[in-house]
Design a protein around this ligand. Sequence first.
Ligand SMILES: [Zn+2]
Length: 637
Amino acid sequence: MSYQRLLELEKLISIYDNAYHNLDVELISDEEYNILYLEWKNLLKLFPDHESAIVAGFVPNSGKLVPINEPMLSVNKFNDKEKFLKLAKRYGKYTYEEKLDGVGVRVLYNPDGSIKSAHLRGDGRGGKDITSRLYLVKGIVKQLPKPTGEETEVTGEVTCTEEDFKNYCTEYGLVDKTARSVVSGFLRRDEEAEDETLQLHFIAFHASKNIRDKCKTYPKLVKWFKDHGFNVPNSFEEFPELKPESVFPIDGVVIKDNKLENWDNQPITGYYSFAGCFKYPTDVVLTKVTGVTWGLTTQGFLTGVINFRPVPLLGAILKRCQFHYPALYIKNGLRIGSEIEITRGNEIVPKLLGMVEAGDGDPIAFPDSCPYCEDQLTHPEPDVYRCENNACPGQITARILRLVSDKGLDINGIGEKKAAQLIASGLIEFPHDIFTLTKEDLTKVEIKGNKATKLIAEINYNRKTKSLANWLFAMAIPELGEIRSLAVEDELSGNEEELSTTSVLGLLSSIDALKDLFGIDGIKIASYVIPNYRDLEIFLNYFDWENYTGHTQETKEPRTPVAITGRLKFDRKVLKDILRAKGYCLDNVVTRNSSYLMIGEKPSPGKVALAERYDIPTINISGMGIEDIIAFLEARK
Ligand SMILES: [Zn+2]
């Protein structure tokens, strides 16, 4: 399982790397990238024999290309300070400099010191010619004051000041752009346009070998840049412990080997060997482990939640998070009291980033037997533990939680604790027992009076009104998540046959039909449904078939997928339910099929970039009410 994740991460990271380095497109935020990268690095330790597939990709460039004489590479980024500081030892004499987050541009000069051309990084052999765009950029010297008598190249970063960028965004109402993507867009255009009111700057950091041979050391090259009228990045005497302030957007701090002869003979792709960049950690806190709570998934696989000393981060107090890759941490000696790093992935969910120090408390270990039913756990795969007992209360608890979740039947008032109590007291043996609970039953688990009445009413109401897709999700069938449940409902509603438990399970146990719908995952769905047919049948018989009219939406057309990102003024769930009834399907991910991307406050830059890439229209809904959104969508149908 974790090996699959490793491969998946490698695929993702190379897509992002490629987009970033070769296309100057930032598909995800630095923070999101960092988290993926750290997850990958941690996971890699589990598979020491694995040969990493992460290499710089090749993407052909469009338009006129200028041949590249010396490779234009990127600087290797370090998250680990110790490893970064080791470069200082390797180089002996070095310079610390801010690493500007802009677009790499190389300017070629004729022997008489006039500009010959300028180009972007490109694919290693040729970079897009942007000579006609240089009027946008301040700081590019048009005529070298002391011509060298030979062709000369000066490479630098093109960027804009943070303040200019902020004003530019206000002026054009941009909410979702990074400075880098706007700068890149300006440089790549073939024609002048009216919105080019943002001042770009060129900051030099590299020159061709003829100049390097003359200067010998980097400080002398910096002096050469200044003497010829170029701007250079800010430099630091010592490694700055905190991310330095800059008028320009910066990535971190770069260290450069001062001996310029070491800048010769660079690889064709990948990273420069004479420099490295330290990326300052974003929003990471240290805390100590207080224990692990083991649980089971709906299919009986062991999962863990790691508990730690409460720690504040970005306005929330964090106490626990999902224990991903427990085998890795246990192997490395995780204990009570171990110091760990926590971040908040996607701004919300706390995430374990790594262990800083093991300490000397009691070691954490995998349990031998199921934490619920005490059956011996099996190992279907290395580092994967499973309780095979179908009637295990742990497994039933997980299924009940899925059933009551908002994507399922959305029943409030039953959390993990109450679910466990209902099972322990024998009131619930199978998930469908929830439909026959009485007020007296609930009294036994301390749900009394009004609360009990309300809960029973909610169960009954939702049982009758929730869509078939909600029911399908609630059934906890592996590989059948929210979006696929909707697809199954759509598929069934398109059939002539009257819908019933039999027709639904007929589709769900048809390997061929599901393979057509979901490929290999479809086969997995059917291979689960076939042996569990009887249990699923009992469950689905509680569905209100008599009053079911196919889709809960007004038309029976397949739903139009609409993607969403950012925060809203109102509850996202309410919007989702209303859109669903109107024939839309609200999705958290942007796909080629999305008809719109709705953007709220603080959207994910990755989703916005994807929408741009797929040419999906965006709607800024941060000021809109639900009615406005529906009206907008309906008007464009
Ligand atoms: Zn068990």
